[in-house]
Design a binder for this molecule. Structure first.
Ligand SMILES: Nc1ncnc2c1ncn2[C@@H]1O[C@H](COP(=O)(O)OP(=O)(O)OP(=O)(O)O)[C@@H](O)[C@H]1O
Length: 586
């Protein structure tokens, strides 16, 4: 289990540097820069004001005085082209900016928090979309202002739904990623999760959208001025097109210059957007798992060594098309009770679908929003877990309760180096400096058996093996010194030889730190290796809880016997561990 030697760690180049490697992007940037510079430098490049009209220059040919000639009313075409560029660039920028200012935050909050805010924002967005854009802009211009910039601000509001939908969809897909859940489990708060995991994913589609909106807005603004709207003193490419059409038979070149300017600007903006998207790369979406806090009873006083107390835990989901009442729920955890003492490992075993993960997620507060969670008691170290705020849960997760997931790769954010994913939760929970967190992270990586911690620290998740990634997650889970570790089938996704090593590591960490641990598994071999007590689950209920020796020696429940029989008959022999196994009798 080493980082592949051939996989040199690539530099995470800055966006600009990566974009500049694309010749198309460089060409587009040059074109846009020239258009912007020429518009800004208009007073230096021409002596004529854009609305200065000289009768004798009407339809004047190209000359030294008028390099692009005169238009239908004797104005200098070059001057109007340059000053018109200002109007178009400003209009495009205003519309895109307003669309993002309105749609961006709404999409972010809606996608992240969903619920009533999402419903209300969706309703407002639908109303905006139902509004006929051109008519509204015509009315605004006719009734309120002849200023094209005002029309562009209105256009920005009208285009905001596009931004809203794009950003909301991006946020919804990424907030359901396992690594976002993992960040939550490690106790990171919403603002930090949003900044680190959500915003980077939103940037790429936003850049494309911004360039498209910019281009569309330039086209619409030209259309408005082509119709004769806007102040007469406000030079624009659309007004130039209008003048060109009026004189299309006598001087068709009047159409060429504004048409060319618009085409080049819009094309450059669109191609630049594509190039930036390519430089940013795309993101994939993965498995869905969400969480929900639920209301419940206050915690009763807990014995001093008792870490976790769960009594009467019930998790249900509304059946599709059901009435929504608890009677119509599909119950997946039904009256579960369990306890974990300091330094104790509790195995939670059962067949697939028996409710083991749902029980673990209920304790972590990571169940989906639609889950109905109730319990007579669910407390950690005397603190109630049900019905508490997300802030309180965030403070607890990572620091009080650590979590080791089943699939290591999907629980690491592919966009960030491993080191940064270890350092952030430590800085937040332990209040230590970046340097201290880095040192601690390197020590932890070494402790979990990673041979070259410096190198792995700087690696991206795709550069390490599955077993290595699981070690990284174990290091992360114990990094803030939790009292309780919840491990959900931590070795299932690993190959057999690595499974034994990872189990060995978890056991030694648990013993050395005197952590309580819940080990979710369907493997009695794992139970024998590592657990002190076992709770056997069948169809959402715990049917038997006993010391591991007792379970193997004299299982009481028929289901436990059936599970043991199926495990012991012809099951593959497990690899030997470096630490001694628990003595079990069968
Ligand atoms: N969001 C959900 N909506 C409805 N039912 C769900 C949802 N999530 C899980 N379930 C159901 O809950 C039951 C218990 O699932 P759980 O994941 O806890 O099983 P498990 O014992 O951990 O199995 P495995 O070992 O396969 O993970 C399953 O029948 C599953 O289909």
């Amino acid at each position: 289990m080493t980082v592949p030697e051939t996989a040199a760690i690539p530099k995470r180049d800055r966006l600009l540097r990566r974009t500049l490697r694309d010749p198309v992007a460089v060409g587009c940037l040059v074109v846009l820069a020239l258009v912007i510079l020429a518009s800004l430098a208009a007073p230096l490049l021409t002596d004529y004001a854009p609305d200065h009209s000289v009768l004798s220059d009407t339809l004047a040919p190209m000359s030294g005085a008028h390099p692009l000639g005169g238009d239908g009313v004797g104005r200098d075409v070059l001057s109007r082209l340059l000053y018109g560029g200002r109007t178009s660039l400003l209009g495009g920028t205003l519309a895109a900016l307003v669309a993002f200012l309105v749609g961006g935050p709404l999409g972010l909050v809606s996608g992240f928090y969903r619920g009533w805010f999402d419903a209300a924002a969706g309703w407002i967005i639908n109303v905006i979309m139902a509004v006929p854009a051109i008519i509204v802009m015509l009315v605004v211009m006719a009734a309120l202002s002849q200023d094209l910039n005002v029309a562009m601000i209105v256009l920005g509001v009208i285009m905001a739904p596009m931004v809203f939908r794009l950003i909301r969809a991006s946020v919804v897909s990424v907030r359901e990623e396992l690594y976002v859940d993992a960040a939550r489990v490690s106790g990171l708060g919403d603002p930090r999760i949003m900044r680190r995991h959500i915003l980077p994913v939103v940037v790429a589609p936003s850049v494309i959208q911004a360039t498209q909106l910019f281009a569309v807005a330039i086209g619409i603004q030209a259309g408005l001025s082509f119709l004769g709207l806007g102040k007469a003193s406000q030079a624009s490419w659309g007004a130039m097109l209008n003048d060109g059409f009026t004189n299309v038979y006598t001087k068709p070149t009047l159409l060429v210059w504004p048409g060319l300017a618009m085409a080049v600007t819009i094309l450059a903006a669109s191609l630049l957007g594509n190039a930036v998207r390519d430089a940013l790369g795309t993101t994939e979406t993965r498995v869905v798992r969400r969480r929900r806090p639920a209301p419940r009873k206050p915690a009763a006083g807990a014995p001093s060594d008792r870490l976790l107390t769960v009594e009467g835990l019930r998790v249900g989901y509304p059946k599709p098309g059901g009435s929504g009442g608890s009677d119509g729920d599909k119950v997946v955890v039904d009256g579960v009770g369990l306890t974990v003492e300091r330094g104790e490992v509790l195995g939670l075993v059962g067949e697939s679908g028996s409710g083991k993960s749902q029980t673990a997620f209920a304790v972590l507060g990571l169940l989906p929003n639609e889950a109905e969670v109730t319990a007579d008691q669910m407390s950690f170290a005397g603190k109630e877990l049900l019905g508490v705020s997300q802030t309180a849960l965030n403070a607890l997760r990572g620091r009080g309760i650590g979590y080791v997931p089943q699939e290591p790769m999907s629980n690491l954010d592919p966009c960030f180096r491993i080191g940064s994913q270890l350092v952030e939760p430590m800085r937040q929970h332990l209040g230590i400096s970046r340097g201290e967190a880095r040192t601690k992270a390197l020590e932890l990586l070494e402790r979990v058996g990673i041979p070259d911690p410096e190198r792995v620290f700087k690696s991206y998740p795709h550069q390490v093996s599955g077993g290595m990634a699981q070690r990284v997650l174990i290091a992360g889970a114990v990094s803030c010194d939790p009292q309780l570790l919840i491990a959900d089938e931590p070795t299932t996704a690993l190959d057999v030889t690595v499974q034994a090593e990872v189990l060995d590591l978890m056991r030694s960490l648990q013993q050395e730190r005197e952590m309580g641990m819940i080990l979710v598994t369907h493997d009695f071999g794992v139970v024998a290796d590592i657990c002190d007590r076992v709770a056997v689950m069948q169809t959402g209920r715990i049917v038997e809880t006993a010391a591991v020796e007792k379970i193997f020696a004299s299982p009481e429940h028929a289901y436990t016997r059936m599970l043991l029989d199926s495990t012991l008959e012809g099951g593959p022999a497990r690899a030997a561990l470096s630490a001694p196994l628990k003595e079990v009798t069968s």
